[in-house]
Ligand binder design. Structure first.
Ligand code: HEM
Length: 478
């Protein structure tokens, strides 16, 4: 794997840089925007450049990290319509979803951004983060640049440099800051996040112990355009070493979430753990169903299965039953839905689910709930994969939004089966959530929607080589 050519964000999270700014730019001058793409390439000598996947030596942490994504409209502007068609035609399966865009009504509906509901695309981008005089519209968003800095001061310094570099050809349309909460890896609703990620085969990540034992073939995250290669898609060479990402701005209704948990009284933490599949400190309920267990190692909290014990799994339920009926980790729980692991009843073949995994690079925005309950807050960032349709869209449509997923196997009275961290759509009835407490199922009624989509944009994260083509407005021969 040529890590020097791959954007670092695809291979590794920049979680130690907790102070983040997302810029969504509108291209106003194509030639200047092309020049900007060239400047972003590492080695260009520009004041800020994209961070490649190259591992930095110990003690030589860069002062900032940066990644760039290009939307369908942005790509068409940068390489021109004819070249765009050529890339699209040669990458048909990958471009169907990217080309239609996140605001396409059919795609939006599939991922839960249903027309007529508050999450619908016509309601996106409508807050003070919108910077253009034009009315908010996804079609004005051409380029996503995300800057990761160690603190707020550094974020200002590098933001200024970026804005000077982009000034001639790109205008900021939407700008959103993500700032660390306490503890630093946590998100609103109070959970630690960024724990379980796919382990990319062939990439020697220094934090390998934090990932699932079973590696996922690299072509699910780093596009392999080799027609004779193993990837289950065809891709134009421009896409090589790149990836696609769904950028999402997800508003979290902490007031409703906390009110729902409060109905559980002393069981509030237990209910929160069953809704997520993890206790708030990250302990998986499959491994420790009764309480958080801080003694678990980084490996223990990711290497577990639901239907048969993974190697070295701590405290598995005895075979042959294991957790087939969701007594420890409800089938509805967010993590069992978004990564069913070995749950072969979902899709019975090997390697399980590799083609539907997503790489998450999302962080909290907005102040802590306790500090300012009425403020806007949520989770923003990228959900990545080589194939948006089979990865992000499939996961949202089939595993998160499908209300009846897994219900036949669930021993609890979780009738709706809806992912409880999201809750039912506003056009659906409120629902109940059931959980096992001291061997007895209890039910909390009146679950409503806790997460609203406030923005969505599909982007292509080009390789460093591809940035050079974008700078020239050209494409490699296919
Ligand atoms: C505001 C919305 C969301 C919240 C509050 C949330 C919260 C969480 C939390 C607390 C975890 C457990 C920590 C971890 O394993 O890293 C988690 C895991 C996960 N989430 Fe979300 N999430 C949200 C949106 C999404 C979306 C939109 C997707 C998919 C497109 C997603 C996919 C996943 C995946 C794949 C995992 C890892 C599951 C595993 O491997 O065990 N999440 N999420």
């Amino acid at each position: 794997m040529n890590v020097d050519d791959i954007q670092g964000v695809i291979l590794r999270g920049f979680r130690s840089y907790g102070t983040i700014r997302h810029f969504l730019f509108n291209i106003t001058d194509v030639a200047a925007a092309q020049e900007f793409c060239g400047l972003l390439a590492p080695g260009s000598g520009a004041p800020v450049t994209v961070t490649p996947g190259t591992l930095w030596p110990a003690g030589e942490k860069p002062p900032y990290c940066l990644n760039v994504g290009i939307s369908n409209t942005g790509l068409s502007k940068l390489i021109g319509g004819t070249n765009y068609e050529a890339v699209s035609d040669a990458s048909y399966g990958l471009f169907t979803t990217f080309g239609a865009g996140a605001a396409d009504p059919g795609i939006a509906k599939n991922v839960g951004d249903t027309a007529g509901t508050p999450s619908a695309p016509e309601n996106w981008w409508k807050n003070s983060n919108w910077k253009l005089p034009a009315p908010p519209s996804t079609s004005l968003l051409d380029v996503l640049v995300t800057l990761y800095a160690p603190d707020a001061e550094a974020r200002e310094i590098y933001s200024q440099k970026l804005l000077e570099m982009s000034a001639c050809g790109l205008t900021p349309a939407f700008v959103l800051d993500c700032d660390p909460l306490d503890p630093p890896d946590s998100i609103h609703f109070g959970y630690v996040d960024g724990i379980s990620q796919p382990k990319i085969a062939g990439y020697d990540n220094p934090k390998a112990g934090m990932f699932d034992d079973q590696p996922v073939p690299s072509y699910y995250f780093v596009i392999d355009p080799d027609p004779n290669g193993p990837a289950p898609y065809t891709a134009h060479p421009l896409l090589g070493n790149g990836c696609f990402g769904a950028f999402r701005v997800l508003h979290q209704d902490s007031t409703a979430f906390e009110a729902f948990l409060a109905k559980a009284g002393d069981d509030a933490d237990l209910v929160a753990s069953k809704m997520c599949g993890r206790w708030k400190d990250g302990t998986p309920v499959e491994v420790s169903p009764d309480k958080p267990d801080p003694s678990l190692s980084a490996g223990d909290i990711v290497n577990f299965n639901y239907l048969s014990a993974s190697p070295n799994q701590v405290n598995p339920l005895p075979a042959p039953d294991f957790d087939t009926s969701g007594v420890r980790c409800p089938y509805a729980s967010h993590t069992r839905r978004t990564n069913p692991r070995d749950d072969v009843k979902v899709k019975p073949y090997d390697p399980p689910f590799a083609e539907h995994r997503v790489m998450r690079r999302a962080f909290a925005y907005g102040p802590p709930f306790a500090k300012d309950p009425a403020a806007d807050r949520g989770l923003a960032g990228l959900f990545m994969g080589a194939n948006l349709q089979d990865q992000f869209v499939f996961l949202m449509q089939t595993w998160v939004q499908s209300g009846f997923y897994r219900v036949p196997y669930d021993a609890s009275p979780n009738g709706s089966g809806i992912d409880p961290l999201f809750g039912p759509q506003p056009d659906q009835d409120s629902t109940d959530f059931s959980y096992l407490s001291n061997g007895e199922y209890k039910t909390i009624p009146g679950m409503t929607r806790f997460v609203r989509t406030d923005g969505g944009l599909f982007v292509f994260l080009p390789s460093i080589t591809a940035l050079g083509f974008l700078a020239k407005g050209s494409i490699p021969a296919s």
